[in-house]
Each structure stands twice: as structure tokens, then as C-alpha cells.
Design a protein around this ligand. Structure first.
Ligand code: ZN
Length: 600
């Protein structure tokens, strides 16, 4: 445990039983924003008021402002090579006041974070009203944000926000480099987006004024979709182009609201098709969620997006994680990101329908991790990507069958890691996300922790696993858990000291490589000595083939490594003469399968 983390347990903001500490706090903002997008110039112009409350015990001498979109600014540090069309001139702040006092803030030399020294400090318990006017250009090349086509835009990270101030890092000053993801406070948002005539705006949050921005019949169709199981076309590309969808004013102001959420984002187009439906996500409360999609009509996959999103929301709500979808809406938007945003996903269109659904499932799974759980994705990407990868496997099993889901998981996830012996692949999962790059970053975020969570499920059993996971989720939803809060919560809820397992998977350079060392035979008793060369505490799965051709499977959970993580022994009471024994871990793929078998 690093020193800054130890201090939070000593100070009582966190607790060794895994619950939020008695002194736990987090800061909060209420954002009221009006943002105008001018398609011809790609300019975004905004004005916002942030009521920011300091719930910490510290006096804040300044504010840290985060504008992720400055990753496009030529001078900003970045993790990857970018094209010229990715680059922009970045953020310009035209007005900045705190509690009515004017500040001369020049964002000219800011990267994705900038500091503003306060003229009078923000004391514990105080709220400051921060007013910011700003503008920036959307990038021509769209990825997580920017232009999708000449009249379609995805405006993410579109507003300056107050960076997180927390109990283990203080202010989050880490620059956004384009690889790592995000860490935001839970805020309340009012968002007004001004867009020209014939542009529809899709956004995080509930649309408050459909009658003001849509023509009456279109507004009626949209409202009907909120209570219907059917998938309806709200607008075709043709209708959009013919001016039959939006109110025919020069500009329309689309008003949205979303509370207790870590971000808001929006998209606009004057020719995208728009579908909508809804699905019950909480049967007990009979609560429905609106499900919408926005796409280029040429796409093969997106006409299925509402149906797929509905299926994903229902499955995740009722199975794993088995927590009802927490929001009132989900919109699947066609862009180039393959990225999650609260209540929205922005995915690339592909002609491979099962693959498109696979990606959509993954991005929708992120609703629970990081958004419901307030994960610091920048520092601890395995706390969200590892879960999304696990959930993607289980929903894939339900939808495509076990074999297809296993193949996908092995080919797309496991092989990229386990077959590459480079040192960067085997850095400990706990390594801060900002301190790791290349394929080591991705594998530490996605597949290694996913396998750790799957091994945990195997060890605790489905019921025990669900109980422990729910306990962790209930304790920390809407808060900012760190890895130790997860480890301690699972220990506490399962009433087991699993520190050996956490150390084995999250704090080691381990990988997966088992070997059969020796098989001793005494009558019908076969004793298999297994060496753990790679070190990870994986389940042991053996295929036994008898002399008469019959087969048998032997399964041991990772608990076999609890006492000795280097070596274990499995005893088989054979039903006859054994011909061969092969260790086949399935998705727990072995780096060197050649030494996994024994023959008489
Ligand atoms: Zn992901």
C-alpha cells in the first residue's frame, strides 16, 4: 500500500473492513451550462455556472480546472502519434469569475489541466459559484470526440470542469494524454445545447423540452417510445433532410438534465437516422429506460442498436452484475470511438454484426464500472475495464453460446497478452495506469484483471461471488472506491482473508504457466504434481482420458494455490486405467502448453 493510501486509512476516510470510512467525503458540483455548436466553423461556445462545494477538511487555496479536449491542442503532451486533423487550437477562456469576482484567466499555456489561484480560499464546507465562458474548435478527425462527418459531431469533454480533489491525491493534476481514461466527481447537470435548424441533439440526461425542439408528431412518437416495448423510427435520414423533424426555427435549444452523474456528453447531426424504444430495467419498481440510437442509414449494424442495447440493459440488470441499470436513458451513437460515456456509447460501425454487438455490450457494461461506481479510471483502469471485459464474456455466453464467447475471449483478449513474453506484459496489475504504456497498459487494464475476477467467481461460487460483488457495489456506488476498498470489501463480504489471492493477481509479475511435473500411480489412485511456473493462482482443469477412450474432467478452483503458490498436488480416484492427463485451462490460457500433458 503506497504511503498516500495508508494515510487515508489512518485518517478514517477509508476503512480496513472495506466500507467507506466514517470520515469519508467527496466534493461535488452543480453545473448549469449553455453550449452552442456552429457546424460551419466547428466552434463550440459555452457559458456555465458551477456551484462547487468543498466537503473536505482542507482549505482550498486554488481551483484546478480540467479540459480534457485540450488533448487536441498542438502543444499538449500525448501518449500517441496523431494526424494533423486531430489537432486544434484548444481552449480559450473569455470570462472567469468566482462568487462574482472577476479573474484574469488565460488558458493559453494550459494543457488538459490548469490552476487558478483563488483571491479568497474556499474553506471546508463552503460553496463557490464559478462562472466560466469558453470556446474551442471541434477537431476535424473524430475519435472520442470531434467531427464524425461534415454535419455530424460528437461533443464530449466539451466544458471546463473542476478536477477531482480527493483524500488520496489531493487535486488531480494528471494530464490527460489520450490513452488513459477519466476520473470525475458526481455532479448535477443542467445542459442546454443550441444547434441550428434541422439538427437533432442526443445527450446524456432527460430531454426536458421535446415539444419546443421537435415537430408535434415527432415529439409524440418519442414520448410514446418511452413506454413501449417496440423499436420505432423517430426520424429517417430522408425526413431529417426534408425538414420534417425539428422545429423550423433558425436555432433550437435542446434542454437536458442529469443528476448525480460523472459527466454529460452530446452529439448532433442533421441527417442521422434516429430510432427509439424502451425496456424495463427494474421489474420490482417497474422502471423503464429509454433506449435510442443515432446512425448513418448506410450502416448495416446500427439499425439493430436499439434492440441490442435493450437486450444488454435487461441482461446486465438481471444477471451480472445483477444491479438494475441506474439511468433513465441510453443512446447508441455511430462515430469512431468505441467508447463509453454516461448514458451514451459512441461506436464504430462494422459489417460484422456479432462483433458490433460485442463492442456495444462492452461499452454498455461500463455503465456499472466506472460510472455507477465512480472509478478513477486514470489511476486504476483495471477497476473498470477488467469488469467490462468480464461482463462482455458472460453476456456473450448467454447470447452466442459458451463456445463462441470463449473463442472470442481467447482470440481477442487472452492471446494478445499470454503469447507475448515481453517484460511490459507482466507488470503488476496494480501499477498506476499513468505509469504504464504499450500493450502492457491494455492487458493490465482488460484481460489480466478480468481473469482475476473470473477466478474469484470460481473460488467463491456464483452465489458467494454475487453476494460479495453486490456488497462492494452497494457500499461504493456514487463514491470513489480505490483497489483496496474493493479487496477489503470482498474479504469482508465473503468472510475470507483473500489477501493471498489479491497479492498473487494484482501485486505480482505473474503470468499463466502450469506444468505437470510428475504422476504417481498407486492402484486406482493417481497423484498429479503440478508446478506453477507462471505463478498466477488459476483454476486447474484437467482432461483425463482412460484406456477405453472414456473421458473425465477434473476441476479445482484457485484455492489449491492458497498454501503454496509454486506447487500443488491433485489426487484422482481413477475409474480405470488412465491413458493421458492434459491440463486445459480454457480461457485461462497457458503460456507454454507443451508441458501440460502426461501419457502412460
Ligand atoms: Zn472498455
Amino acid at each position: 500500500m503506497p504511503r498516500n493510501i495508508k494515510a487515508t486509512y489512518a485518517n478514517g476516510t477509508r476503512s480496513f473492513d472495506g466500507k467507506p470510512g466514517k470520515a469519508y467525503w467527496q466534493n461535488r458540483g452543480k453545473y448549469d451550462m449553455t453550449i452552442t455548436v456552429t457546424p460551419e466553423t466547428r466552434m463550440v461556445t459555452g457559458t456555465e455556472t458551477i456551484q462547487y462545494t468543498n466537503n473536505s477538511k482542507d482549505t482550498l487555496a486554488g481551483l484546478v480546472i480540467r479540459f480534457v479536449n485540450n488533448v487536441h491542442k498542438t502543444e499538449s503532451p500525448r501518449a500517441n502519434y496523431v494526424s494533423k486533423d486531430f489537432l486544434t487550437t484548444g481552449l480559450v477562456i473569455t470570462s472567469f469569475t468566482v462568487n462574482g469576482t472577476k479573474y484574469e484567466v488565460n488558458a493559453k499555456n494550459w494543457g488538459t489541466v490548469g490552476g487558478v489561484k483563488l483571491k479568497s480560499p474556499l474553506l471546508p464546507g463552503q460553496t463557490a459559484a464559478v462562472n466560466i465562458d469558453w470556446n474551442y474548435p471541434l477537431s476535424k478527425e473524430g475519435e472520442r470526440d470531434g467531427q464524425v462527418d461534415s454535419t455530424t459531431f460528437y461533443a464530449a469533454y466539451a466544458y471546463p470542469r473542476i478536477s477531482v480533489y480527493d483524500d488520496y491525491n489531493g487535486w488531480d493534476f494528471l494530464p490527460h494524454l489520450g490513452r488513459n481514461e477519466f476520473y470525475n466527481d458526481f455532479n448535477d447537470y443542467k445542459l442546454a445545447v443550441k444547434a441550428p435548424k434541422d439538427y437533432v441533439v442526443w445527450a446524456t440526461g432527460d430531454l426536458l423540452n421535446p415539444d419546443e425542439v421537435l415537430q408535434p408528431a415527432v415529439s409524440a412518437k418519442l414520448k410514446k417510445s418511452y413506454v413501449s416495448d417496440e423499436v420505432t423510427s423517430i426520424a429517417t435520414s430522408q425526413e431529417m433532410k426534408a425538414g420534417k423533424i425539428t422545429q423550423q426555427k433558425a436555432w433550437n435549444t435542446w434542454r437536458f438534465t442529469a443528476n448525480n452523474i460523472t459527466d454529460v456528453t452530446f452529439a448532433l447531426s442533421n441527417h442521422y437516422a434516429w430510432d427509439a424504444g424502451s425496456v424495463v430495467v427494474d421489474a420490482k419498481a417497474n422502471r423503464r429506460t429509454s433506449v435510442q440510437s443515432a446512425y448513418n442509414e448506410k450502416a448495416k449494424d446500427f439499425p439493430h442498436a436499439v434492440e441490442w442495447s435493450k437486450a444488454a440493459l435487461a441482461w446486465f440488470s438481471n444477471n451480472l452484475p445483477g444491479v438494475p441499470y441506474p439511468f433513465s436513458k441510453m443512446t447508441a451513437f455511430q462515430g469512431y470511438a468505441d467508447m463509453e460515456y454516461p448514458m451514451m456509447v459512441n461506436d464504430t460501425s462494422t459489417p460484422d454484426l456479432p462483433f458490433s454487438q460485442f463492442v456495444m455490450n462492452h461499452e454498455i457494461a461500463h455503465t456499472w464500472f466506472p460510472f455507477y461506481m465512480g472509478i478513477n479510471e486514470t489511476d486504476f483502469p483495471f477497476m473498470d475495464e477488467g469488469w467490462a471485459t468480464t461482463l462482455e464474456y458472460f453476456i456473450g455466453t448467454a447470447q452466442q453460446g459458451k463456445e463462441a464467447a470463449e473463442n472470442m475471449y481467447k482470440e481477442f483478449r487472452v492471446k494478445r497478452w499470454i503469447l507475448d513474453p515481453s517484460a511490459e506484459e507482466d507488470q503488476p496489475i496494480i501499477t498506476q495506469g499513468t505509469q504504464i504504456s504499450g500493450s502492457g497498459y491494455g492487458n493490465n487494464a482488460y484481460v489480466k484483471p478480468s481473469l482475476a475476477y473470473m477466478g474469484l467467481k470460481d473460488m467463491l461460487g456464483d452465489e458467494g461471488f454475487n453476494k460479495a460483488l453486490h456488497e462492494y457495489m452497494e457500499r461504493w456506488n456514487g463514491k470513489h472506491p480505490i483497489p483496496w476498498d474493493f479487496f477489503f470489501s470482498i474479504n469482508d463480504a465473503s468472510k475470507q482473508d483473500l489477501n493471498w489471492y489479491w497479492n498473487n493477481w494484482f501485486f505480482s509479475n505473474n503470468y499463466i504457466d502450469l506444468a505437470i511435473e510428475k504422476v504417481s500411480i498407486k492402484g486406482n489412485k493417481y497423484t498429479v504434481d503440478i508446478k506453477n511456473i507462471g505463478g498466477f493462482a488459476v483454476p486447474v482443469d484437467m482432461k483425463i482420458t482412460y484406456a477405453d477412450g472414456k473421458e473425465e474432467r477434473v476441476h479445482k478452483t484457485p484455492v489449491v494455490w492458497k498454501a503454496n503458490q509454486k506447487q500443488t498436488t491433485v489426487e484422482i480416484n481413477a475409474k480405470g486405467k488412465i491413458q493421458s492427463i492434459v491440463i486445459d485451462g480454457g480461457i485461462f490460457m497457458d503460456a507454454k502448453p507443451a508441458d501440460n500433458s502426461w501419457k502412460i
